[in-house]
Design a binder for this molecule. Sequence first.
Ligand SMILES: Cc1cc2nc3c(=O)[nH]c(=O)nc-3n(C[C@H](O)[C@H](O)[C@H](O)COP(=O)(O)O)c2cc1C
Length: 396
Amino acid sequence: MSDKRILLIVGGGISAFKSLELVRGLRKAGIAVRPILTAAGAQFVTPLSLGALCEDKVYSELFSLTDEAEMGHIQLSRQADLVVVVPATADLMARAVHGLANDLATTVLLATDKPVLMAPAMNVRMWDHAATRRNFAQLQADGVQMIGPVEGDMACGEFGLGRMAEPEEILAAILARLAPLARPLTGRRAIVTAGPTAEPIDPVRVLTNRSSGKQGFAIAGALASLGAEVILVAGPVSLATPAGVTRVDVETARDMLAACQAALPADIAVCVAAVSDWRPESVATTKTKKTVQGAPVLSLVENPDILATLSQGPARPRLVIGFAAETDQVETYAQAKLARKGCDWIIANDVSIAGTMGGDDNAVAILRKDGIERWPRTSKTDVARKLAETIALELS
Ligand SMILES: Cc1cc2nc3c(=O)[nH]c(=O)nc-3n(C[C@H](O)[C@H](O)[C@H](O)COP(=O)(O)O)c2cc1C
């Protein structure tokens, strides 16, 4: 990493002090760090500490004759391999979304041709505000890589989502970003199922559920970015196919099973889809009409169990992972599912928490035969990245 350079923007949040620990980690990895400190950031860390740890000059002013003579702001924005914002305040994110360039940090973010990684950090209410959520989603859509925020205690005494990811997590994300050639899943084949299934009742009606497919799509993308060949078997959702992923669209549980079996052999299967447990016993060939006799009775039969079939089949992938979306007794039901299905891990998530089903965040627990690992609530993209890294470690 000795040839790599980071342009580090330190924003004005209470967690700015953690940027100093990040700088130490980056320097230890041999990475050069050029710091930009916002005016608000300078209220939290001193230019002296930041400059000393970076072993470089600290840039703060947009209109500085000396700085512009030494290195123009455009040059500053282009010299690094990666631009990192730690912490990314609500204010900085809002200004970046709108392309504002009213200080050195935002001007550089607008002028850079390099990838950008942000670590948002703020009070839980600021994070929950619709404006912040919109800005976060828009920045992600604009290609900014986000790390965190995570759930935890806040400096203001509150608890919730909005706490900055720890410096070592940010460091790991930076190292992964700077070493894209480290693709530990190269040569591995993965099947990922995602979204709901839709079971026809008649030509116009279906039995389905509220799964958005976001978590499964993110996992497919994360596995592909680590080098895996990924076949994404997707139920009816309107999401873009992640880069490098082969997508097979299906409707029913039986179609989903057939598509998974056709995709075998594979090293990894991650069954994220919310597969309908049942389907109507018979499908009407014409639209069922209202009658004076009242509502029709829907008779259901059980669908095939995709996770159990893949786990217990002759061409079992080496690592089979299932998801358990529950609304109560989450870990108890997930434990039972792990024992019953014959898979290796179950990822349990509590879908009774508002904003999980269909939303952008998730809090999961990984249940293995030898224990449980609980991950704090974070974005589905982060869950996917961490899961892909855990899978790569398992297969290494
Ligand atoms: C004590 C204190 C702590 C703050 N902590 C945060 C924070 O953690 N996250 C945040 O988004 N804003 C926080 N703010 C507000 C920002 O400092 C303010 O929005 C500022 O304009 C951000 O500027 P910058 O993004 O250019 O650094 C805090 C303000 C104060 C006074």
